[in-house]
Ligand binder design. Structure first.
Ligand code: ADE
Length: 250
């Protein structure tokens, strides 16, 4: 998987990409992330990348020419076959499902906006997709691009040491993940649940599944509508709901 990122502040992204799992994945050749400075593609003497909005109002708008020049020159012949994704709060909302969908592509291009926005012609005639990481507004698309790269990279076989780790993640199964513990078995009087110390793999798996179901019920009940749950598990959840209703009205 190769990802080209177009930004005005590439230095801000480099440290995160080079660290830990993403850094190792790049060294292993499993992913390649290339940062391109949009300013390098501005053609005027001052290398201008923004201008005042037509129609007035505050703030500056990113000019279309350097953005088109950057993406067209880097993608070249690949234009048309590579998704060109603009990070914007107006895009479709990023989820685990979207990260899986994007991980199927061999190459992605990400455009990070700054200022008040990007000239609308970039959205209309250059971008093929628009993604938002949530209903809040950031000062630019760089953090959203890092979020997207991180979540997509984890889907690529070999990126996580443990092949199955991304399949167990919160959201991957449609449920939130079970709690995790490590040594010591007692910390400040707080004990690790006994079952996890038992070495009984089937009991541990059953406990984790139950925790995962109950966590999802208590924190994100709306996820349960789409999750794959057995009849027995559905009954467990119904009982748990009734219990918590009973205790809250008591
Ligand atoms: N740029 C600014 N805010 C954003 C958001 N929430 N998602 C994607 N891009 C953005």
């Amino acid at each position: 998987m190769h990802i080209d990122v177009f930004t005005l502040i590439p230095d801000t992204m480099q440290a995160y990409l080079d660290a830990s799992i993403l850094g190792k994945a790049q060294l292993a050749g499993l992913i390649g992330v290339e940062l391109h400075n949009i300013r390098d593609y501005a053609s005027d003497k001052h290398r201008t990348t923004d201008d005042e909005p037509y129609g007035g109002g505050g703030g500056m708008v990113m000019k279309p020419e350097p953005v088109f020049a950057a993406v067209e020159s880097v993608l070249g012949e690949a234009m048309g076959s590579v998704p060109v994704i603009m990070l914007t709060p107006q895009g479709r909302v990023f989820t685990q499902q979207v990260s899986r969908e994007l991980a199927e592509h061999p190459r992605l291009a990400l455009i990070c906006g700054r200022y008040e926005g990007i000239d609308e012609r970039v959205r209309e005639y250059l971008a093929t997709d628009e993604i938002s990481i949530g209903d809040y507004v950031l000062t630019g698309g760089e953090l959203p691009a890092l979020v997207l790269i991180d979540a997509v990279a984890r889907q690529i076989p070999g990126v996580l040491g443990d092949q199955c780790a991304s399949e167990r993640d919160s959201h991957a199964t449609g449920l939130l993940e079970h709690p995790h513990y490590t040594r010591p078995p007692e910390f400040r009087g707080w004990q690790v649940p006994e079952v996890l110390l038992s070495g009984a793999h089937a009991r541990i798996a059953a406990w984790r599944r139950e925790q995962s179901l109950l966590r999802t019920l208590h924190r994100r009940p709306e996820l349960l509508r789409l999750a794959e749950i057995t009849d027995e598990e559905r009954k467990l959840l119904d009982d748990a709901s009734r219990d918590s209703e009973g205790s809250s009205s008591a």
